[in-house]
Write a protein that binds this ligand. Structure first.
Ligand code: ADE
Length: 183
């Protein structure tokens, strides 16, 4: 049985470890954290797409794996970004919260933006950034939260779209990622 999946993205190649997430389902684990070259190349490639979208005033990403990519994109665009958190922190006031369903996490998850970050987004044209979109559960919850901040989500971008999950055609992505079902 093949234990890795060879991914070609943004001119680079990476061997992704296949990991089991359900009795009959394995995914190819894509973790960009710490992979400087991959983050920079993917940011270059996504920036070429984002440039075509008109004015974007802020980026937003769910924590955690997409944060360095979002930072790299924000530098290229000359904008700031908000990181939506996955738990309510002690310093947050009036957090806006939505529940999430995810295939990589079994426990109940939430997406949170606090009042301070929500104010930065209010009235802005924003783009949502993520490393990999699978079921789209995090995206949906993030959009639920963003709707309450008064911003406009102009676009959603990701490095990878995992097959068999999110099916709306409003996501800009670089490559598709297969999932592996056991017979
Ligand atoms: N293939 C994958 N690798 C890392 N995180 C994920 N989240 C959903 N699918 C994933």
């Amino acid at each position: 049985m093949n234990e890795t999946y060879t991914l070609h993205v943004a001119g680079l190649t990476r061997e992704l470890k296949k990991v089991r997430v359900a009795p009959n389902l394995r995914i190819a684990s894509f973790v960009m954290l710490g992979d400087t070259r991959l983050i920079e190349r993917c940011a270059d490639a996504l920036y070429e797409e984002i440039k075509k979208l008109g004015t974007i005033e802020m980026l937003v990403c769910p924590e955690a794996k997409g944060i360095p990519l979002t930072h790299a994109l924000a530098v290229r665009m000359g904008v700031d970004y908000v990181v939506a958190r996955k738990s309510v922190k002690g310093y947050m006031e009036h957090p806006i919260i939505a529940e999430v369903k995810s295939i990589t996490t079994t426990e109940k998850q939430i997406i949170v933006i606090d009042e301070f970050d929500a104010a930065k987004l209010s009235g802005k044209r924003v783009c949502v950034v993520d490393d990999v979109v699978s079921t789209g559960g995090s995206l949906r919850s993030l959009e639920e939260v963003l709707a309450k901040t008064g911003c406009t989500v102009v676009s959603k971008v990701a490095v990878l779209l995992e097959e068999g999950g999110y099916s709306k055609d409003d996501l800009i992505y670089l490559e598709r990622l297969p999932v592996f079902k056991d017979q």
